[in-house]
Each structure stands twice: as C-alpha cells, then as structure tokens.
Design a protein around this ligand. Structure first.
Ligand SMILES: Cc1cc2nc3c(=O)[nH]c(=O)nc-3n(C[C@H](O)[C@H](O)[C@H](O)COP(=O)(O)O)c2cc1C
Length: 215
C-alpha cells in the first residue's frame, strides 16, 4: 500500500498542519506497517513556477518542435500525475496563506492536471484522502472574516469532485493565537480548536487506513 503525502507549510519546523498530518500518518502507518509513503514537501522544495507553461506548451507542440525546457516540464507533470494515480491513499496538509491557496500548491495542481491523461482524469477515484487545513485566524459563521477563506472550497473541489477522492477534511483555526498578542483573548478557544483537530485527525487517519472517507 502506498500513501501519497503532500506538505505545504513554509515554516516546517513549527508547523501545525504538519503536526496534524503526522497524527493522520501515524494511524495509516499503524494499519500498514509495510506501507510506502511518497512525500512531497512543497514548502521546502517548491516546483518551478514556469513548468506549467512549459508542460502545456509541450503538449500543444508537435513532438519534434518541443524545446528541451518543454520536454522537461512535461516529464515533470507526467511524473507528478503518476504519483497520485499510483497511490492508494492521499494526505495533504495545506495552510491558508493570504486568504487563498498557497501558490506552490496551485502550481502542483496545475502540473498534475497537465500531466494527467485528461484535465479531468479522476486520479484518486475511489481512494480515501485526508485534507488538513489550518488557518491563523478564524473564519466561522458570524466572524468578521466569514467567507474570506478562498482555499478550502477550491481544494475540496479538486480533490473530491475532479480527482474523485473519498475525502475527509480536518480543519484547525486560530493557530496564530499565542503568536500574535492581539489574539490573546482567544487562548481558551484556540486550545479547544487544537484539541478537536488532533482528535479529528486520529479518527481521519483510521478511516484513511480502512479505505473509507468520512466527509
Ligand atoms: C505569508 C503568510 C500569510 C498568511 N496568511 C493568512 C491568512 O490569509 N489567513 C489566516 O488565517 N492566516 C494566515 N497566515 C497564518 C497561517 O495560516 C498560520 O500561521 C498557519 O498555522 C500556517 O501553517 P503551519 O502552522 O502549518 O506552518 C499566514 C501566514 C503567513 C506566513
């Protein structure tokens, strides 16, 4: 069995999304002691942002007219799509940055689509996936920034609706409480959010291992 794990924190040494994903991974590993984990750490090793243009240029050009750069970009894209296609389960840990999807995660998604057999190939059809989402602030109903998270709905769309994953989402908010003094009034709430997210991660990890998403 193979688990594909993608991390996107740009601060991996002190990452709350990684900590949650580690809980999920530990559950999967416990159920699959001989399993393989394919890791992609986009925060440490981002993909080249020009590769998507090169990969599409290659696929639109006749074989003999492709530049070396285009060939390399298409090979990268095909390889990234293949990593997902050959995985049995997927785990992604993605922080909210600037109210949207991290640009290095968007680059990865664009390249996967460019390297797939078609842009809507269901690379994770019938496979369980866990998406870990963390946000420094809080965006729940009635909060001043309700509706400002423009990342999570997009990631759900791609993972569940385009790639066909049986998706479970684990979310944690207020990770900047204790870091930003302006949020000190929310310490108790933030601690509750953390505990709830870590408990949800353990449950999600079990479902990832059993092959069923929770939604
Ligand atoms: C450049 C940058 C932009 C950020 N933008 C947002 C944001 O728009 N909304 C938010 O709630 N938190 C934002 N944060 C806070 C992160 O979401 C938060 O620190 C999160 O815990 C980071 O993930 P990690 O702990 O896995 O590294 C931002 C952090 C950084 C470094």
């Amino acid at each position: 069995m193979t688990l594909f794990r993608l991390d996107a924190s740009i601060n991996p040494a002190n990452s709350s999304s990684r900590a949650i994903a580690d809980i999920v991974e530990a559950e999967w590993q416990a159920a699959n002691p001989g399993g393989t984990i394919v890791r992609k750490n986009l925060g440490n090793e981002p993909l080249p942002s020009t590769a998507w243009i090169g990969a599409l240029g290659a696929s639109w050009a006749p074989e003999e007219a492709r530049t070396g750069e285009q060939r390399a970009a298409l090979a990268l894209a095909v390889g990234l799509a293949g990593e997902l296609r050959s995985a049995d389960a997927a785990l992604l840990a993605v922080p909210l940055y600037n109210f949207g999807i991290p640009q290095h995660v968007k680059t990865w998604i664009d390249l996967v689509m460019a390297g797939a057999k078609s842009a809507d190939e269901a690379l994770l059809a019938g496979k369980p996936a866990v998406l870990v989402v963390v946000r420094g602030g809080a965006y729940g109903p009635g909060t001043p920034r309700e509706g400002w998270d423009h990342s999570t709905a997009y990631l759900r769309r791609i993972l569940a609706d385009v790639w066909g994953a049986d998706l479970t989402v684990v979310e944690r908010e207020f990770t900047l409480v204790g870091v930003n003094p302006a949020l000190d009034d929310f310490k108790d709430l933030a601690a509750q959010f953390k505990d709830a997210a870590h408990a949800a991660a353990a449950v999600a990890g079990k479902s990832l291992a059993s092959g069923a998403g929770l939604r």
